[in-house]
Design a protein around this ligand. Structure first.
Ligand code: HEC
Ligand code: HEC
Length: 288
């Protein structure tokens, strides 16, 4: 009986002990990884611990975006949308054709928040704070480029000044597009809008705009993403026609949503208003 008991105990305890030691090893290595994370001050004065931008970021943003902006804040798990990892992801809400946001694009996002992404708007932040935070996230993005370049070209020994230079180029945007206002005789033409929509958008957003055109859409990091339901989901970048024009012309880097470089300005306006029609927004009767 005693012998049997011992073997039962062994059967139970050994796997438990094994499990516990694996857990300990995992925790210790996670802690080591944490402590191995370089301090931001070593990388750049713009994001240094103790700077005003850093403090603002810790107070208002780190809960979701993580202390160093790697998208791993403690609240991230409770959100439906993954908070942006500023080191490894492109920005989506842009007004340029080269996929890089202007500082104004970032300031607009930070000031207005992202409804669907559950990112709060920041009316409590002053313009100065928003400007400092915009520089902060863009600098993290540059550091991400530098990190990848260092890894990629480690064997070739790319020198540090070259890494700094190239990473800076990667986050320097070209001029934003100018959004040309539709002429005074422009009127939304729902038939034309629908034809354009079916040709360029329906394959993803679905023929009725319900976001049901793609089976398993993924973002550029291979994570599942949903195609916006234009009828019932909030439009995060804003339903203002000028913002919609930018979204359609410039696309949303990091997602399947493409830029439309070939369509004429007039066609983009028709699409903007057809999108607004799907959203149930008022349409202009003359001009914009
Ligand atoms: C409650 C969580 C939460 C907080 C707090 C938060 N964010 Fe976000 N943020 C998100 C999510 C989620 C996204 C991704 C939205 C998406 O992809 O649709 C995001 C996206 C962004 C983007 C990317 C915009 C783009 O063009 O792709 C920027 C920049 C940003 N946040 C900055 C900030 C800053 C700065 C703060 C602090 C003032 C902040 N966020 C606070 C959740 C949060
Ligand atoms: C290849 C697939 C694809 C095509 C084609 C496409 N989209 Fe998208 N679109 C997406 C995805 C995916 C998102 C969601 C991106 C995200 O969540 O960050 C999106 C988002 C949007 C948004 C939301 C922007 C915001 O601020 O929230 C609008 C509006 C939109 N698309 C309109 C259009 C229109 C109009 C067209 C045609 C000109 C079009 N899309 C073509 C995949 C596509």
């Amino acid at each position: 009986m005693k012998v049997k008991n011992t073997s039962v105990t062994r059967k139970l305890i050994l796997p438990l002990l094994l499990g516990a030691s694996v857990a300990v090893i995992l925790i210790v290595s996670a802690c080591q990884r944490q402590s191995q994370t370089v301090s931001l001050a070593e990388l750049s004065p713009i994001v240094a611990e103790g700077s005003r931008a850093y403090e603002l970021f810790q107070n208002h943003c780190a809960a979701c975006h993580g202390r160093q902006g790697r998208g791993d804040g403690s609240a991230a798990i409770a959100l439906n949308t993954v908070p942006r990892d500023f080191w490894n992801e492109p920005f989506r809400y842009i007004s340029t054709m080269d996929g890089v946001p202007t500082k104004e694009d970032l300031a607009f996002t930070i000031g207005s928040g992202r409804v669907h992404g559950e990112m709060p708007s920041g009316p409590w932040l002053s313009d100065e704070d928003i400007s400092a935070l915009s520089d902060f996230v863009l600098e993290l993005n540059r550091l991400g480029w530098a990190e990848r370049l260092r890894e990629e070209f480690a064997s070739e020994g790319m020198d540090e000044s070259e890494i700094q230079e190239i990473s800076q180029e990667r986050v320097t945007s070209e001029e934003p597009i100018t959004v040309p206002m539709p002429g005074p005789v422009f009127l939304p033409d729902m038939q034309r809008g629908r034809d354009l929509y079916l040709a360029s958008c329906g394959s993803c957003h679905g023929s009725n705009g319900r976001g049901d055109g793609l089976d398993m859409p993924l973002d550029d990091l291979g994570r599942p993403i949903s195609v916006r339901d234009l009828v019932s989901e909030p439009i995060q970048g804003g339903s203002d026609p000028v913002e919609l024009f930018k979204r359609l012309r410039c696309g949303m880097p990091g997602t399947p949503m493409p830029s439309q470089s070939l369509l004429s300005d007039d066609d983009i306006w028709q699409l903007v208003y057809y999108t607004r029609f799907l959203m149930g927004q008022p349409l202009p009767t003359a001009g914009r």
